[in-house]
Design a protein around this ligand. Structure first.
Ligand SMILES: [Zn+2]
Length: 140
């Protein structure tokens, strides 16, 4: 069992990302800060809108945005393996940003330009469910 690591990061909410959301899987939190550092070095700024989602938040999100959000048990956000960011305020070309995130082991997904996730395999999981259970966020 892994304990999620707290993250300090600017958010779209006018300050730091709220604590309940500001968490990542402990094995990848360092790589996230490397991304933040490299984006800054390139002249941009990473402003986050979403990161960790507790199970009940994913349930609620799925209810409100069924076409956009995965059902609970299927989102990388629930395992602390994803973040969403403000593409409009990134300040560097998206291609440059993708080069940076890939360098640190993360990947974009084609359907959601604002969503970045960390592949499961390189943190030792076969399924998202396995990762979510490992961070203690499965349905109570
Ligand atoms: Zn996302």
């Amino acid at each position: 069992m892994k304990t999620l690591a707290p993250v300090i990061i600017s958010s779209i909410y006018g300050g730091l990302l709220p604590k309940r959301m500001a968490k990542l899987h402990p094995d990848i939190v360092d790589s996230f800060y490397e991304i933040v550092k490299d984006v800054k070095k390139a002249g941009g700024k990473l402003i986050v809108s979403d990161m960790f989602r507790p199970w009940e938040v994913q349930v609620d999100l799925r209810k409100r945005k069924p076409r956009l959000a995965n059902p609970p048990g299927k989102s990388y956000h629930e395992a602390g393996l994803a973040f969403d960011f403000d593409t409009g305020r990134l300040g560097i070309p998206m291609a440059e940003f993708h080069r940076i995130i890939r360098k640190h082991g993360w990947e974009p997904i084609r359907s959601e330009s604002w969503h970045i996730q960390h592949p499961l395999g390189t943190v030792g999981y076969k399924t998202i469910a396995e990762a979510i259970k490992d961070v203690g966020n499965w349905a109570k």
